[in-house]
Design a binder for this molecule. Structure first.
Ligand code: GSH
Length: 213
């Protein structure tokens, strides 16, 4: 039986889990969840009721980063796990301070006590710290993406999409190219394929597909 991945197409945490699973070529049965109508089967297994959530015959992995590491520990043909310690610290910064600033910008209406422009400036400031690296190399640690790129980019995408023309005007050039390179990559296109929401009667969606078009 394949492991089951509860996922939501646009969720940045779920996107990064799918990116790692696709790179590892570790097949799962993908169940697309509608967050405002979470299926019973998902709620029964997921301790946090958040996506992504991966279940195997003997365990449940409820954190996207843990799902990435689980997949890549089975098989890592692109050596995504080969990152320096710095790479983990960067992920922490983006999961923490950057995601907070992103939410305060994107969902400004929920935070009337905060200034959305300050939050945006904070996110841009954190992002700008990547520029020196990206000015040297197309990806954070060289000529190929690694775990750090794939863990961070879905959040940079979410931030940029709040107002892409403005992002394109204001982002530092190498950082903008890094995001655009990711958005136009085949790997991103493949993990963003649409699936109809899962229900107990659905047929399994095998991800990644056996023979991608
Ligand atoms: N720490 C979790 C966070 C996952 C998360 O917050 N996912 C959001 C969707 S992007 C979610 O499922 N929210 C629950 C909801 O909206 O009800 C992880 O890394 O997997």
């Amino acid at each position: 039986m394949l492991p089951i991945l509860y996922s939501f197409r646009r969720c940045p945490y779920a996107i990064r889990a799918r990116l790692a699973i696709a790179s590892a070529q570790q097949q799962v049965a993908l169940r697309e969840v509608v967050l405002r109508n979470k299926p019973e089967a998902f709620l029964n297994v997921s301790p946090s009721a958040t996506v992504p959530c991966l279940t195997t015959t003997d365990h449940v992995i409820d954190e996207s980063l843990d799902i990435m590491v689980w997949a890549l520990t089975q098989s890592d043909p692109e050596a995504l796990l080969q990152i320096p310690e710095d790479g983990l610290l960067m992920i922490e910064r983006f999961d923490g301070a950057f995601k907070k600033a992103l939410d305060h910008t994107k969902y400004a209406i929920r935070f009337p006590e905060l200034d959305a422009e300050d939050a945006r400036a904070e996110a841009m400031h954190i992002l700008a710290q990547l520029e020196p690296r990206l000015a040297q190399n197309p990806w954070l640690f060289g000529t190929r993406p690694r775990l750090t790129d794939l863990a961070i980019l879905p959040f940079v995408r979410q931030f940029a999409m709040i107002d892409k023309p403005r992002f394109d005007r204001e982002a530092l050039p190498a950082t903008g190219h890094w995001l655009d390179r990711f958005l136009s990559s085949e790997r991103f296109t493949r993990v963003m394929e649409k699936h109809i929401p899962w229900s107990p009667n659905s047929k399994d969606v095998v991800f990644p597909a056996v023979n991608p078009a």
